[in-house]
Design a protein around this ligand. Structure first.
Ligand code: UDP
Length: 323
């Protein structure tokens, strides 16, 4: 049966990779991307020429369509703390307002997929974090616009599932990095890589002992593809998707420095309420997605990301010269 699919945030880092996967589907009839290009980039989908694809530049929370969709994948939201902390109201609108609006565009019996976050666990006191862990989150803290709006959207979707049988799929993504991140994204890997290639000074907040579990984008999108549409999975989530090898921020920065001669680390003041650790418990993911694993180690993933950033920076330099 031909399927119509809407992706909010499809010009973003993860969204654009997911768009590439969706366009490989034989049963895809139409793919509509809604993106306001706040953090997403047209360049991320510039290579797409498929006639089934269309882009609507606008907010997920106010998007109107002529018809309804079989599947909706709601990704529209900044994910970098630097970006969401700058515009908290807009972040909340994108997540919760976006979900409320997009739900009205779903066909009866359609599937609604949502990218939630490991930030729902806050600064966890349990490690690794299983989906059943309820988290240590501060609703008045600097990360609240993001983590609370993700939590609230999860609540909305699971409650809709309970009262009206909505077919939901919710993933909780852990730190993801790779090609198509913005150069000014501000998250650790992209910041370190672009800093190494430009200023040569990598800004580590605090002593760098805080840890994350860094997932390379291709591995993460493999998991999303299988969970959202490819495998006939009845489990609805929430499902942790990430790489469970936990590495400190300082080790990541040191590794980036080792790849770019002349670059160095500078320690800056710690960020308020910066989570000290984060690591997915993947027991459920392994059961729901047998054979799936985030296999790309951080060294290989960072090498590939660095190469991509190098090309972007070179291309930007060339166009500045010819302009
Ligand atoms: N970080 C850092 N320098 C940077 C960017 C990030 O030391 O230039 C640290 C940040 O304080 C956090 C970790 O790297 O401890 C991961 O930050 P990121 O913004 O990537 O994601 P988060 O997991 O905090 O949402």
């Amino acid at each position: 049966m031909p399927r119509s699919v809407l992706v909010s945030g499809g010009c973003g880092f993860i969204g654009s990779h997911l768009v590439d996967r969706l366009l490989r589907r034989d049963d895809l009839e139409a793919l509509v991307v809604v993106d306001n290009l706040w953090t997403g980039l047209r360049d991320n989908i510039a290579h797409v020429s498929d006639p089934r694809f269309s882009l609507h530049v606008g907010d997920a929370e106010s998007f109107r369509a002529g018809g309804h969709f079989d599947e909706i994948i709601h990704l529209a939201s900044p994910a970098s703390p630097v970006w969401y902390m700058r515009e908290p109201a807009r972040t909340i609108k994108a997540n919760i307002g976006g979900a409320l609006n997009l739900l009205s565009l779903l066909k009866p019996g359609g599937r609604f997929c949502f990218a939630s976050t490991s930030e729902v666990y806050g600064d966890p006191v349990v490690s690794p974090q299983p989906e059943s862990y309820r988290g240590a989150v501060d609703c008045t803290g600097p990360r609240a616009s993001y983590d609370e709006s993700k939590r609230c959207t999860e609540a909305l979707l699971f409650e809709e599932q309970r009262v009206s049988g909505l077919d939901v799929r919710v993933v909780r993504l852990f730190n993801t990095y790779g090609p198509r991140t913005r150069i000014d994204d501000g998250r650790a890997v992209s910041n370190f890589v672009s800093q190494a290639l430009t200023t040569g000074v990598l800004t580590v907040y605090g002593d760098g002992s805080q840890s994350r579990s860094w997932g390379y984008v291709d591995d993460i999108v493999d998991g999303l593809e299988r969970f959202f549409w490819r495998d006939g999975i009845s489990h609805r989530g929430p499902l942790n998707i990430g790489n469970n090898s936990e590495i400190s921020v300082l080790d990541i920065a040191r590794f980036v420095c080792s790849l770019v001669p002349g670059s160095r680390i500078e320690h800056h003041a710690p960020v308020p309420q910066d989570p000290t650790n984060r690591c997915p418990d993947l027991t459920l993911a392994r059961r729901v997605l047998p054979g799936w694993e985030a296999t790309t180690g951080y060294q290989e993933g960072i090498r590939r990301t660095l190469e991509w950033f190098r090309q972007q920076i070179a291309a930007a330099g060339k166009s500045a010269v010819t302009a």
